[in-house]
Design a protein around this ligand. Sequence first.
Ligand code: HEC
Length: 192
Amino acid sequence: MRIVGALGVALAGLSVIGAVTAYGQVDTRSQYGGATAAVVDDKGNLRVPADYRTAYQMLGSWAVAADDGPGSKEMHVVYASPGTIVAYRKDGHFPDGAVLVKEVFKTTTKNMTTGTVSSAGALAGWFVMVKDNVGRFPGSKLWGNGWGWAWFEATDPQKTTSTDYTTDCQSCHVPARESDWIYTHGYPVLTR
Ligand code: HEC
């Protein structure tokens, strides 16, 4: 009985740790804990998470057609922090602390055995968004409408060059307002 009891306690402890890790973005001791801590500092400055290519999950991708000629001039690849997809599939909302990273690639287009194909070339930079249900940084122009918003040139993933999300980002995201400013229809993993 004692052993079973101890095991029960140990398992309960483990499942608590599991839950905190899965939804690790929320932490009452600091503005953000878990995965988000590496993305947002206590003043609300954002940066590109160093490990997103291995630790995050891919949401989907976009191809922007070339102005003339075949192929795409840009490719966008979007990642979400761990736990985001599962949480979204449950209730249709991005959980507090969710981080989205959109890579912007220049392309190379050539004939391959499948046809005319564009693939990722030089990285131009990253768009980063961090979900904020609390309104943590009311004084910052990079935060508002439930998100932190920032652009990073490929040369510096640590420091944003955007200054005001209302002019740098939001106007372009108005068509996605009804889906929490995110172009969710491009990400089958969220709903299908
Ligand atoms: C020129 C219009 C435009 C501007 C400016 C813009 N976005 Fe977007 N953004 C889009 C569109 C359209 C998509 C989806 C299609 C695509 O990527 O081509 C998108 C996608 C994203 C995504 C992937 C998640 C999603 O919504 O689908 C992130 C993250 C993002 N943008 C962040 C930002 C941030 C942060 C800024 C400002 C620093 C910004 N964007 C500025 C138009 C824009």
